[in-house]
Design a protein around this ligand. Structure first.
Ligand SMILES: Nc1nc2c(c(=O)[nH]1)N[C@H]1C(S)=C(S)[C@@H](COP(=O)(O)OP(=O)(O)OC[C@H]3O[C@@H](n4cnc5c(N)ncnc54)[C@H](O)[C@@H]3O)O[C@H]1N2
Ligand code: MOO
Length: 429
C-alpha cells in the first residue's frame, strides 16, 4: 500500500483561503484528490472478467481491424474508372463472400458480385448496392449514371483499429463496447488494476442490525446497506465490519483491523459534535486526519485522512451518520477518491441543465444537493421537481428521486422555470 508523502496540512496549505470550519465543496474535493495515491498493483484476467475493471496498461492493437479492405454493402464491386455519365453494362465474373474471397482479377468492363464484409477484389475500389443496379443477371449488370461515386461503400483495412496503435488507454474502466473491441483484436486476457479493498462499518449505540429487536430510540442500521450498494457498484472488494459500538476501545480495535486489511475505510456516524462521538478522537490518534465542516447540505461534517496500524496504512472517509448525508458525501467525495485510488481515469458525472418546475429556496454560501425527479411534461419539455421534505434523515427522498439538483455555492433561490444543474442517478446508484 502506498503512503502519501505530504501531510494533509501541507496539501491544504496550497489553498489560499483554506478554512476547515467552512470548507467549500470544490476545495475539499481538491484536497482529497491531491492527498490520495493510486494503488500500484495489477493482475491478468480473462476478457469477460475485465468488465467494470480498470485497465492497468495501454492495449496496443496487435492487428488491423478490419484486416483487409472490404465491402460495406451487398452489391457489385467495380473499378470506378469504368463509371460514366451514362448507364454502363458490366460483365459479372464471379462472387466474393464474407470469409471466402474472390481470387481472380477484374479487368475494365468487369465486376464481381460481392457480399457485405467480403474482401474487395484487388482491382476494385467501389461497391454499388444491388438495389441501385438494373437488369442484373448471373452474367451481366447495368449501372445507372450518378448513383455511386468512386470509393463508395468500401471499408478500409485498419479503419477501426490500426496495428501498433493504442486501442484502449490505461486507466479506462472496461465497458461492454470495450469487451467487444478487445474480442475483435483476438485478445483473451488483459492486465487490470487489482480490486480496491474497502472496509466499512457503522458507529452508534442506537443502531441495531436486521434481525435484532428495535428498542425505544433505536434504529436499524441502513447506512451499511446503502454503502454496500454503492461500493459494490464501484467494483470494490468489501470487508463489512458491522456496527461498532460508541466506545473508544471498540472503535480503535475496528479502525486498526480495517487499516491492516483494507486500502480504504469508510465509516458512518460520529463525526459531529455529539458527546458520545469518540470516533474523531480515535481517528486523530491513529493518523493524519482532518475534520471538516463543509459548506454543503446535507453532509456538513466529514472526516478525511490516512491512518496506520502495525505498519499498514489506509485512507479514511468518516462520513456523517444521517442516511442522506452518507450517500451525498459518498457520491461527491468518497466515490471520486476511490476511483482515483483504483487508477481509473473517470470523468465526473455530467451535470444537465434542466428547468425547475417550481421555485426552490436556497441561501448563497453553501452547496445544496436536493433530491429531484426529472420528468418530461405534456409539451415534451424536461423539468425537475424536488421530492418534498429534504431532511438529511429522510432516505425516502433518495429512493423517490432519479437525480440530484445541485445548487451551487454562490447560487441563491431559484424561480420556477429557471435552469438548474441536475446530476442523474442512473449509472451512479
Ligand atoms: N450541535 C450540532 N449537532 C449536529 C451538527 C452540528 O454541526 N452541531 N451537525 C448535524 C449534521 S449536519 C449531521 S449530518 C449529523 C452528523 O452527525 P454524526 O456523523 O455524528 O452522526 P450520528 O450523530 O451518529 O447520527 C446522526 C443521525 O443519523 C442516524 N444514523 C447514524 N448512523 C446510522 C446508520 N448506520 N443507519 C441509520 N441511521 C443512522 C442517527 O441515528 C442519527 O439520527 O449531526 C448533526 N448534529
Ligand atoms: O450534514 Mo447533515 O447532513 O445536514 O444532516
Amino acid at each position: 500500500m502506498s503512503t502519501p508523502l505530504r501531510s494533509l496540512a501541507e496539501v491544504a496549505s496550497c489553498l489560499s483561503d483554506y478554512d476547515p470550519q467552512a470548507l467549500p465543496v470544490a476545495d475539499a474535493q481538491r484536497i482529497i484528490r491531491d492527498f490520495i495515491t493510486p494503488i500500484q498493483s495489477s493482475e491478468q484476467v480473462a476478457l469477460r472478467s475485465a468488465l467494470g475493471r480498470v485497465l492497468a496498461a495501454d492495449i496496443i492493437s496487435p492487428i488491423n481491424v478490419p484486416s483487409h479492405d472490404n465491402s460495406a454493402m451487398d452489391g457489385y464491386a467495380l473499378r470506378s474508372a469504368d463509371l460514366a455519365d451514362t448507364a454502363i453494362d458490366l460483365e459479372v465474373i464471379g462472387t466474393a463472400y464474407a470469409g471466402r474471397m474472390f481470387t481472380g482479377s477484374v479487368a475494365s468492363g468487369q465486376c464481381v458480385r460481392i457480399m457485405t464484409g467480403a474482401i474487395m477484389p484487388a482491382e476494385c475500389d467501389t461497391v454499388i448496392p444491388q438495389e441501385f443496379t438494373q437488369n442484373s443477371s448471373a452474367q451481366h449488370v447495368t449501372i445507372p449514371p450518378n448513383v455511386v461515386r468512386s470509393g463508395d461503400n468500401r471499408r478500409f483495412c485498419g479503419e477501426d483499429l490500426e496495428a501498433g496503435k493504442p486501442a484502449l488507454r490505461k486507466g479506462r474502466i472496461v465497458h461492454a463496447a470495450d469487451l467487444g473491441l478487445l474480442a475483435s483484436l483476438g485478445i483473451a486476457e488483459v492486465a487490470v488494476q487489482r480490486r480496491l479493498r474497502v472496509a466499512f462499518f457503522s458507529t452508534g449505540d442506537e443502531l441495531r442490525s436486521i434481525g435484532e429487536t428495535l428498542a425505544a430510540g433505536c434504529v436499524y442500521d441502513s447506512n451499511r446497506y446503502t454503502l454496500y450498494g454503492m461500493l459494490v457498484r464501484l467494483g470494490c472488494d468489501l470487508i463489512d465490519m458491522g456496527v461498532v459500538p460508541d466506545d473508544p476501545a471498540s472503535l480503535e480495535q475496528a479502525l486498526r483491523s480495517a487499516c491492516e486489511n483494507a486500502d480504504a475505510i469508510i465509516t458512518s456516524g460520529g463525526v459531529s459534535v455529539g458527546a458520545a462521538d469518540y470516533t474523531k478522537q480515535i481517528m486523530a490518534e491513529l493518523g493524519d486526519v482532518t475534520f471538516w465542516k463543509i459548506g454543503m447540505r446535507p453532509g456538513r461534517p466529514m472526516a478525511f485522512g490516512n491512518i496506520s496500524s502495525n505498519g499498514q496504512s489506509a485512507f479514511l472517509f468518516g462520513l456523517p451518520g444521517n442516511p442522506v448525508a452518507v450517500m451525498v458525501t459518498f457520491y461527491f467525495f468518497a466515490r471520486p477518491a476511490l476511483l482515483h485510488m483504483m487508477g481509473a481515469d473517470a470523468m465526473p458525472p455530467p451535470l444537465l441543465q434542466v428547468a425547475s418546475a417550481a421555485a426552490i429556496r436556497k441561501k448563497p454560501g453553501r452547496t445544496e444537493y436536493q433530491r429531484g425527479i426529472l420528468a418530461t411534461d405534456a409539451a415534451g419539455r424536461q423539468t425537475v421537481t424536488i421530492t418534498g421534505a429534504q431532511g438529511s434523515g429522510i432516505l425516502r427522498s433518495m429512493v423517490e428521486a432519479n437525480c440530484m439538483v445541485v445548487l451551487h455555492d454562490a447560487q441563491g433561490s431559484v424561480a420556477a422555470g429557471d435552469l438548474v444543474d441536475v446530476m442523474l442517478f442512473d449509472g451512479l446508484t
